[in-house]
Ligand binder design. Structure first.
Ligand SMILES: *Cc1c(COP(=O)(O)O)cnc(C)c1O
Length: 364
C-alpha cells in the first residue's frame, strides 16, 4: 500500500452529523452563525488571543489583513514559504523584498533583515516555517526600532507555544491556516489573531463586503466568510486536537530515533522552551549518498510520497520570472535548503511500521 505525505484529520462521522444537526433545524448556513461564533470563542481561548476572526481560508485572511492595514510599498518576507505568502503581498499591490533564512530552523534570519529596510519598507511578514517559531525577540526588536508593522504567517504554527505565549502572541497580528492538510483543519479555513479592537472590526468588515448594518456599507470589502459547515468541522476537530498532536509526536519521535545522527541528514532543532505541534517532518540532505531528487524518486518508486516542501522558492516562481527583486541567488541559504529539503509522510494515524519502512529506504 502506498504511503501519502499527509492525510486530513477527521472526527468520527457521527460526531460531525450531530454537530451539523442544528443547521437543518435553523437553516442558518453562513454569516456569523452559532457554530462560527462558538469556534471563534474557542479559538480565542486556545490561541490566547483577544480576537480571532475566522475566514474561509488562510490565504484570504492574509490578503484581508494586508488590505485593512492600508500598507504601501515594500514588505520584507521570506522566499522559503508556500506560494500564499508572496502572492498575498503581490496581489495587495505591495512589493515583496526577500530576506534570507537561517540554516538551522529555516526561518527568516534577523541578522540579514536590517540591511533590507529602506524608506519604502512598511512591514515585515515572516513565516513560522514547519511550526518552527521565528526569532520573535530579535525580529520584534528590529520592527519596533524602525517603526514597521510586524505580521506573522503562522499557518504552520497552530497550538505552538513558547514559554507561556502562543504563536498568536507575536507581532500585531498572526494568520493561521485551517486547510485540510494542516494540524487543525476546518476543511478549508483560516483566521487572523490580534489584540487591537479596531483592527478586528476592520477585518470583520473586510470579510463581509464592508457591511456594518442593514443599510450601512462603509468599506469596499470582499467576501471571505467561513460557513457553518466549516466551523462545525473545526469544533469537532478541536475536541480531538490533543490526541492528534500526541499521535503525531509518536511518529516524529520514531523518525528522530531512526534518522538523527545519520551522516548527510539534517533534522530541525527542538528548542526546550517551545511546545511543538509536530506539523511537518522536514529532512535536509547535505552530504547524503543521494541528492534530494534522487531520494525523492527512490521513495516514489517504493510508493512512498514525500513532498519537496518548499521547492521552488517563491522568488524562483515562473509567474515572477524577470521581475526585479525576484532572484533566488540573493537568498543563497534559502536556495541551498530548497534544493535539499523534503518533508516526510506525517499524519496522526501513520503506522510506526510505515515510518520504519520509510526509514529503511532512507538508511539502506
Ligand atoms: C497553508 C499555508 C497558507 C495558506 O493557507 P490556506 O488556508 O491554504 O489558504 C499560507 N502560508 C503558509 C506558509 C501555508 O502553509
Amino acid at each position: 500500500m502506498g504511503i501519502l505525505v499527509t492525510r486530513s484529520s477527521m472526527p468520527p462521522f457521527e460526531e460531525y452529523c450531530t454537530e451539523i444537526r442544528e443547521l437543518w433545524d435553523s437553516h442558518w448556513l453562513t454569516n456569523n452563525g452559532g457554530k462560527h461564533r462558538e469556534l471563534e470563542a474557542r479559538l480565542a481561548e486556545k490561541l490566547g488571543a483577544k480576537h480571532v476572526l475566522l475566514f474561509t481560508n488562510g490565504h484570504l485572511a492574509l490578503e484581508a489583513l494586508l488590505r485593512v492595514m492600508q500598507l504601501k510599498g515594500e514588505v520584507i518576507t521570506t522566499p522559503f514559504t508556500f506560494a500564499s505568502t508572496t502572492h498575498a503581498i503581490t496581489r495587495c499591490g505591495l512589493t515583496p523584498v526577500f530576506c534570507d533564512i537561517r540554516m538551522d530552523d529555516y526561518t527568516l534570519d534577523p541578522d540579514k533583515l536590517e540591511v533590507l529596510i529602506t524608506k519604502r519598507t512598511c512591514a515585515i511578514l515572516p513565516v513560522h516555517v514547519y511550526g518552527n517559531l521565528c526569532d520573535v525577540d530579535a525580529i520584534g526588536d528590529i520592527a519596533r526600532r524602525h517603526g514597521l508593522h510586524l505580521l506573522y504567517d503562522a499557518a504552520h504554527a497552530f497550538a505552538v507555544e513558547k514559554g507561556s505565549k502562543g504563536a498568536a502572541g507575536f507581532g500585531e497580528a498572526a494568520m493561521f491556516s485551517f486547510h485540510a492538510t494542516k494540524v487543525f483543519n476546518t476543511i478549508e479555513g483560516g483566521a487572523i489573531a490580534c489584540e487591537d479592537d479596531e483592527l478586528a472590526e476592520r477585518l470583520q468588515r473586510e470579510r463581509n463586503y464592508g457591511i456594518t448594518g442593514p443599510d450601512d456599507i462603509v468599506d469596499v470589502g470582499g467576501n471571505a466568510k467561513m460557513s457553518e459547515f466549516q466551523a462545525a468541522m473545526g469544533l469537532c476537530n478541536l475536541r480531538h486536537l490533543d490526541e492528534e498532536i500526541a499521535k503525531r509526536q509518536q511518529v516524529c519521535q520514531r523518525y528522530r530515533e531512526r534518522l538523527s545522527g545519520v551522516e548527510g541528514i539534517r533534522l530541525c532543532p527542538q528548542p526546550e522552551d517551545v511546545k511543538p505541534n509536530y506539523s511537518y517532518f522536514p529532512i535536509v540532505l547535505d552530504g547524503y549518498r543521494k541528492t534530494r531528487d534522487g531520494l525523492f524518486d527512490e521513495l516514489t518508486s517504493e510508493d512512498i510520497h514525500a513532498r519537496k516542501y518548499f521547492y521552488p522558492l517563491t522568488n524562483a516562481f515562473a509567474c515572477y520570472c524577470g521581475k526585479t527583486g525576484f532572484d533566488p541567488a540573493a537568498t543563497p541559504v534559502a536556495r541551498r535548503v530548497a534544493e535539499r529539503v523534503m518533508t516526510l509522510p506525517l499524519y496522526a494515524d501513520l503506522p510506526l511500521t510505515d515510518v520504519d519502512r520509510i526509514c529503511d529506504v532512507i538508511l539502506r
